[in-house]
Design a protein around this ligand. Sequence first.
Ligand SMILES: [Zn+2]
Ligand SMILES: [Zn+2]
Length: 139
Amino acid sequence: MKSRSFGPLKPKRSTNSESSLDKIVQSARNLSEERQEGYRQRALKLYPWVCGRCARVFDRDNLYELTVHHRDHNHDNNPNDGSNWELLCLYCHDDEHARYTDFRADGSSDSTEDTDPPATHNPFANLQALLNGSSNKSD
Ligand SMILES: [Zn+2]
Ligand SMILES: [Zn+2]
């Protein structure tokens, strides 16, 4: 068997050494990182540097321990008014997510009829029901 070789696709480097293109490429590469840093910086500008849970106060020396939590756990939901952000220290943030996963893990117990886990909503539930309901298979 011949192994397919992906030739080293070296981008042609023009001698034109204006580095603006480089910058664009670089920024595209770092886009996700920058985006993450982006909303963190925005949140830090918007909110006082205080953990929203334990009220620990932060300054530049320990600011790295202050993180941005997304209230709806959707990291793509970054409204400009910061309504989806909550500044939490590492520990409280950890705790928040631990509780969140605990909640889901507990879903297997049989007394969960009344609890309404907000995050386990399955967008395909409808589709599933649709398929179940409308498929009149007669084999
Ligand atoms: Zn905290
Ligand atoms: Zn979070």
